[in-house]
Ligand binder design. Structure first.
Ligand SMILES: [Zn+2]
Length: 480
């Protein structure tokens, strides 16, 4: 364990109840209130050394090692993460000044690589096997760093995992375990006794994620912008941005005011915004920003505190607003972002329209992940342009037909069984979910609700019923 001791680290501190404990790779939750610990540094001692840190050097995650769990005997496993561009987006808007922190240029196309390099470097040589269940993006990132370190990454997922992420993790050597549901995936990953279990709230992972804000502020000569917009899923990233800013402030590096945080969530699931609105959490609905949907967002309270302390705002955006932002970011600024990442642009536009962001403000949008993660979305975008023709493949048509014959609705497993027995078509469960999701994007089916964590029920939309009426299944089936 000694390898993770940076001499400036004083230990773990609970961000919610304030309890302090010695740093430990395994006891990462507060015994008193159950929150995930944060890592605390001796800022007074650091302050004396702060001169000279920022001599000319290549900007990347490890450039900030004095504020990371690092010691001289730790060899960073690096794939070149961090050092991402901060570029002005003049074609999107001239006033206020909008800067994009383009995290899509990280090794696996996501800001999560900043966390993976720190955590996997620490685990390297201590643990040979890592397990996780959180979401595809993190699995892909961990798999890449695991591959670099010669470690095995076991990824537990539900059958409706994004296909792109599924194959990427697999190509990077992850061992994939498809379980019956997301809840089950969490349980099996957690209970995998061979492995070190990685949760997205892991303090070592999160320490790396705060380097986004170090880079932004260093590039702005330690003057904070008026606003920083960031998508919120578990709440980990935003709470770490705030922790990082407070660290820089206490070191005397950050001059003037701290920025105000804009937390962005999809309308389909927005527990943080609900918290601000004083509403009870609603059940998640289907959304194209699936990477932001965490049934139990572990850093929700910390995210809430961060937004509140910064006098920030929490904003909901819908799928259509996100898709428009994806399209504009790509076609006007040359940045291909995933919908979750482009949500920041949608939120900023909303706040400008509402008069909450001023013309003279400087706004930074963190574009957290690449559009290449999910090629289906790009297809949806392009096909939305040519609405005249609805192209539909044989398996999709068969699924629609099966659902029609089943009374208009069904869940993945039942549809698969019906296809096999009644239409003599055998499709794997992940394939069925993949088509269901695509057709959700095409407006042909919708998620009814989540009965429990195991079953998602789908229903044909009026558009699908019209389509089935206009196209004879037997004829189309013969033709294709
Ligand atoms: Zn606590």
């Amino acid at each position: 364990m000694s390898k993770i001791f940076n001499e400036h680290i004083t230990g773990f501190k609970c961000p919610l109840c304030g309890l302090r404990k010695p740093i430990d790779l395994h006891e990462i939750r507060c015994p008193s209130c159950g929150s995930f610990f944060e890592i605390e540094y001796d800022y007074r001692a650091l302050r004396e050394e702060v001169e000279g840190w920022f001599a000319p050097r290549r900007m990347n995650v490890w450039a900030y090692k004095a504020l990371l769990p690092y010691s001289t005997n730790l060899v960073p496993l690096s794939l070149g993460e961090g050092g991402t561009p901060l570029v002005e987006a003049r074609h999107l808007m001239s006033r206020p000044i909008l800067l994009l922190k383009n995290e899509t240029t990280n090794p696996t196309g996501s800001f999560l690589d900043r966390g993976s390099t720190v955590l996997v470097s620490i685990l390297n040589g201590v643990h040979r096997v890592v397990s996780c269940a959180v979401n595809g993006n993190l699995a892909v990132s961990l798999a890449a760093y695991g591959a670099k370190g010669g470690m095995k990454v076991k990824f537990y997922c539900s059958p409706d995992i994004e296909r792109g992420e599924f194959y990427q993790a697999m190509a990077l050597g992850a061992e994939i375990h498809v379980t019956s549901s997301q809840g089950r995936a969490y349980m099996e990953a957690f209970e995998d006794s061979d492995a070190y279990y990685v949760d997205s709230a892991n303090p070592f992972l999160l320490e790396g994620e705060k380097t986004t804000i170090f880079e932004i502020l260093e590039e702005l000569s330690w003057r904070a912008p008026s606003w920083i917009a960031v998508p919120v899923g578990t709440g980990g990233h935003i709470s770490m941005l705030w922790k990082g800013m407070k660290e820089l402030k206490s070191l005397g590096l950050l001059k003037g005011k701290l920025p105000r945080l804009i937390a962005v969530q999809p309308e389909a699931f927005s527990p943080l915004v609900d918290l601000f609105d004083g509403e009870a959490h609603r059940r998640p609905q289907g959304t194209i920003a699936r990477d932001l949907v965490f049934i139990e967002p572990h850093k929700l309270r910390e995210a809430y505190n961060a937004v509140k302390e910064s006098r920030g705002l929490a904003v909901r955006v819908n799928d259509e607003e996100m898709l428009i932002a994806v399209k504009d970011l790509a076609s006007k600024e040359g940045v291909l972002a995933e919908p979750a990442a482009a949500s920041t642009i949608a939120a900023i536009r909303k706040l400008i329209a509402e008069g909450l962001i001023d013309e003279d403000d400087q706004v930074v949008a963190i574009i957290t992940g690449s559009g290449l993660k999910d090629p289906e979305i790009i297809r949806t975008l392009i096909s939305a342009k040519s609405k005249k023709h609805l192209f539909i493949t044989r398996p999709k048509l068969a699924i629609l037909k099966a659902m029609e014959m089943m009374g208009g609705r069904g869940h993945g497993y039942a549809i698969g069984k019906f296809l096999r027995n009644e239409l003599s078509l055998t499709l794997s469960l992940p394939t069925i979910y993949h088509h269901l999701r695509e057709m959700e994007g095409m407006g042909l089916i919708k998620r009814l609700n989540i009965l429990n964590r195991r079953v998602v029920l789908y229903e044909l939309t009026p558009k699908a019923l019209r389509f089935l009426k206009a196209h004879n299944y037997e004829e189309m089936n013969r033709a294709s």
